[in-house]
Design a protein around this ligand. Sequence first.
Ligand code: NAP
Ligand code: ZN
Length: 347
Amino acid sequence: MIGAKAYAVHSKEEKLGPWSFERREVGPKDVQIEILYCGVCHSDIHQARSEWGPARYPMVPGHEIVGRVTKVGADVTKFKEGDLAGIGCLVDSCHECENCKNGQEQFCKKGASATYNSVEQDKVTPTYGGYSDKIVTTESFVVKVSDKLPLSGVAPLLCAGITTYSPLRKWKIGKGHKVAVLGLGGLGHMAVKFAVSFGAEVTVLSTSANKEEDAKRLGAQKFVNTKNTDEVKACTSYFDFIVDTVSAPHDYTMYLRMLAVNGVQICVGIPPTPIEFMGFALIGGNRAITGSSIGGLPETQEMLDYCAEHNIVSDVEVINIAAINEAYDRILKSEVKYRFVIDLATL
Ligand code: NAP
Ligand code: ZN
């Protein structure tokens, strides 16, 4: 086994703190990575605090991992020592079911292994995430990272990036579409960057009036303060798509009414409580509400390549790992602009 250092949380009430544990030895198909940066996703908070149901402790959160390969197994073909590499929300799956074969490993019929708060394919060994100095992962779940982009800004692409890129691609969103991005946080600001890059007219729907300038800088044409009822009314039946990135309970009925006929609200945010809305908000306009879960490995690589080609990275605030609990508090106050990224050299 290989000794590893991390920040972990031991129960839903506790704060994160330093922890030592062991990673597996590098197997024939494994890659060992020295983690350089790891993004802080709101999903880390939901899970550290068991907001989506009982979690596994001790938990080492973190699924926006970028680092350098330090060792490869005998059968590894994609990587060599010294390469840059990334790991997102998944570290393994069955590789055999139709969803895995289609590159949608997140829907593996036997259950994918998430990067943390999950188990390896033996269904026993716990997985530990990226708030750590190193990780060992099967090479097919490791993606290639370009050296053209700043690595701290690349880390959030591994979750916030792919989670917003994937539904925009699936729904072929681009020129001629009016798209609203609901919530300007980690996922939201990436959704704005991608939708703008794909040619859509983008509006940010936000509860934070102080984010207007940033929304425009990111390329959005319009900004709506959703606490202002007149501004909300003016959006009635306007958008073709809403990309909903909100992490907390919110008024789905109000937002559905902003969709034009045949409009689609794509939910990527996962509030801890069930979603509720008035049926009439759907019926009046043949509107649809749908969801989207991260993205598979081939699409994650496609997204990273697209970002390298178009110079797209996340806007980040790099933090010392000792500031992680404070960072969680600031995320909950919608104060992050727009993703905290841990510099693992501080561990
Ligand atoms: P984040 O950085 O905290 O951003 C969420 C944003 O939602 C906030 O910045 C805020 O934007 C808005 N918001 C917060 N509370 C609100 C409320 N009560 N009403 C309306 N708006 C509110 O979080 P994130 O990391 O982007 O993650 C967002 C959600 O996506 C989380 O639930 C996360 O678990 C989920 N997620 C899903 C997937 C997936 O595969 N589907 C992947 C990753 C994350 P404003 O200040 O602009 O209002
Ligand atoms: Zn995430």
